[in-house]
Design a protein around this ligand. Structure first.
Ligand SMILES: NC(=O)C1=CN([C@@H]2O[C@H](COP(=O)(O)OP(=O)(O)OC[C@H]3O[C@@H](n4cnc5c(N)ncnc54)[C@H](OP(=O)(O)O)[C@@H]3O)[C@@H](O)[C@H]2O)C=CC1
Ligand SMILES: O=C(O)C1=N[C@H](C(=O)O)C[C@H](O)C1
Length: 257
């Protein structure tokens, strides 16, 4: 079976990679690609249509899944459009920067359509999440600091991946809260988790969790070398989710199967 995907944000850093990754696979095809202001161009030979045409394109092409890397507001709009569409279409989004209300909105959409959100589609990050949980359990009382580094065009901070890692850290230990971008003249508060977001140059994405006790430290790092790794994971997710029943899915479901 060939899975047909619609790609939103197609001229963005990630959208381009998704179009390329989908076109590389024999079991996937790009049904359509949209961007907010496409100015009539193409990505990887695929015409990029205006976002205003999205509903019509859904009806015309009836894709199995939409893959979205845009921004929080537009991702929610696309999710709602998939819910409203006559055709059965899954929604896969890697967009980050959602607040609690937006997450609740995505959750509600997943009652009507298959929906998968992952703040990071690199398989290595899923492994990092697992390993970090284990390390925190094994090292109670150690100081934990999280440092993430991204390109200077990234809007949200901390990254979606950092937020996911923080949830995992907090779920596996006893902590006193998060300290974002420490400053001032007080020493480190016992049990706090330091969180640091660096924005510099064209760094694709790096996440490091430091666990330090007396006379020893553990550093767990994931470094993405190329956005292709995220795009490949997102297309894996689109192929995996196509045809499934409505519900909220996770990238771990894709990897674990
Ligand atoms: N889960 C993961 O593995 C990863 C997630 N991300 C996340 O993906 C998102 C996008 O990142 P990135 O590609 O770097 O960002 P870019 O700004 O490069 O791309 C976003 C694209 O979406 C377009 N866009 C914005 N609003 C709309 C809309 N309403 N309709 C159609 N297109 C729209 C933008 O158009 P315009 O240029 O006109 O603004 C732009 O082309 C971010 O939230 C980022 O954090 C990024 C990498 C990996
Ligand atoms: O904006 C990016 O570039 C990235 N965003 C994701 C995030 O917020 O975690 C994932 C990746 O690190 C790249």
């Amino acid at each position: 079976m060939t899975v047909a995907v619609g790609v939103t944000g197609a001229t963005g850093r990630m959208g381009r990679e998704v179009v390329a990754a989908a076109r590389e696979r024999a079991d996937c095809e790009v049904a359509f690609a949209v961007n907010r202001e496409p100015d009539g161009g193409t990505v990887e030979g695929v015409a990029v249509e205006p976002a205003a045409e999205f509903d019509a394109l859904l009806g015309e092409h009836e894709p199995d899944a939409v893959v979205d890397f845009t921004g929080p507001d537009s991702a929610l709009e696309y999710a709602h459009a998939c819910v409203e569409a006559d055709a059965e279409v899954a929604f896969v989004t890697g967009t980050t920067g959602f607040d609690d209300a937006a997450f609740a909105d995505l959750e509600a959409a997943s009652e009507s359509i298959p929906l998968l959100h992952a703040p990071n589609f690199a398989r290595g990050v899923q492994a990092l999440v697992n390993v970090v949980g284990q390390a925190v359990r094994n090292l109670p009382g150690y100081d934990v600091e999280l440092v993430e580094t991204h390109h200077n065009g990234k809007r949200d901070a901390p990254s979606g991946t950092a937020n996911r890692l923080l949830e995992e850290i907090e779920a596996n230990g006893d902590f006193a809260g998060r300290n974002h971008g420490r400053e001032g003249e007080e020493p480190r508060e016992e049990g706090e988790i330091g969180v640091h977001a660096l924005r510099a140059g064209d760094v694709t994405g790096e996440h490091e969790v430091v666990l330090a006790g007396n006379d020893e430290e553990v550093r767990l790092t994931h470094r993405a070398e190329d956005r292709g790794v995220f795009a490949a994971g997102a297309v894996d997710a689109a192929v995996w989710i196509a045809g499934r029943k409505a519900g909220r899915y996770d990238f771990a479901d894709v990897i674990d199967e």
